[in-house]
Design a protein around this ligand. Sequence first.
Ligand code: ATP
Ligand code: MG
Length: 453
Amino acid sequence: MIKKFIKRILGVKNKANSQQPQVLGPKEHGIDPTLLSANAVRVTQTLQEAGFKAFVVGGAVRDLLLGVKPKDFDVATNATPEQVKRLFRRAFIIGKRFQIVHVMFGQDLIEVTTFRGASSEGAPKDEHGRVLRDNTFGEQHEDAARRDFTINAMYYDPASQTVLDYHNGIADIRSRTLRIIGLPEARFREDPVRLLRVVRFAAKLGFVIDPDTREPIQVMAPLINNVPAARVFDEMLKLLMSGHALACLQQLRKEGLHHGLLPLLDVVLEQPLGEKFVTLALAGTDERVRQGKGVSPGFLFAALLWHQVLEKWNAYQAASEYPIPALHLAADDVLDAQTEKLALQRRIATDMRDIWAMQPRFERRTGKSPYKLLEHPRLRAGYDFLLLRCESGEIDPEIGEWWTAFIAADGPGRAELLTRKPKVEEESPAPKKRRRRGGRNKQKAAPAEGSST
Ligand code: ATP
Ligand code: MG
């Protein structure tokens, strides 16, 4: 009895600081209210007026504390998904296991999540300790403890302008430290995707990974292999589209995590041409993201895997395959190898194929083919890709320059450009019967009629 009582007191005491949040007022946290989304405020207000607790949570609070405009807003509440849904005109319950509510305002989406319970001990796990199902509702402090990093576990109430901090996230924001909540090894084990997240946040925010958090990372790395491919893909996509993809990949390498994520990426990064190509592609993507321009995942993955395609393309041609079928076979091989681990969505895989299949067509600069290519719906992506190939030293920059001029030119200008026949094509008039050998020089590979896309 007494033992139990003492234990309980101690237990409560132990957990006291993670159950009782530190509360910070506007002067202490310094959040600029103009960085908040009006819709997020509307959602918390509506929920609070209906008698529920509601806070902006997670990455948005972290970004607000860093003085950065958050790219999206999540709201956490003690209302159940059904209760949330009833309060908004356009609200949709998403997900089977742990339901969340998407509240829509025009194009703007606010994701509303009910506080999750801290049930990971009793939750079903796979043989490596990864939590399989964990879908109970809980108290706010339990919700905080389930989040990944201290800086991602703070709650902001727009009405009172207070921040609730359960895990000393504020201190970590100030010292620019990335620290996992709880025991690092256990937290990585129950969800190995956090290994990718730690790298993404460290690179994106320029934060230092706390030594205890960092220590188990490399040993735990193989656990990513047991995570369902679709989740790895989602997290990988976030990483690549973060505007800091290059920094993220460098960080992945530093942490020894680059092996096995994109199974073929390891090899790519070890070939000098491949590395240059990937580096240029990612630098370009990062630049676009930072300028607020759209980035297509298809383009990105097409670039990441291009040198694998090239290698296989050459191999098929060396084995007497015609250039165009060889390119398609190479694309199949590379996509198959990736899908196992990454679950590339079909739409993305189609974009990748389109971009790859267009490449040999750029090398035909006679007759009607360049005009046909101009009408290709994905011309822009294919052309940007071509420029990367030029810039990386894979092909003659003259081809890229020619296309830049051709796209920009008017009718007579285009006709004039077509008379400027590139040397290569003058020397070897398009053969009627193609030699079965092919492929010694992929750059000269002429595409078969109508075989693209
Ligand atoms: P970003 O600004 O890049 O979107 P974020 O922190 O908002 O960063 P999300 O993936 O949108 O990242 O996740 C929202 C929040 O959900 C996180 O801040 C974190 O609190 C929690 N979270 C997400 N993924 C996990 C995870 N694997 N384990 C624990 N908590 C997680
Ligand atoms: Mg987010």
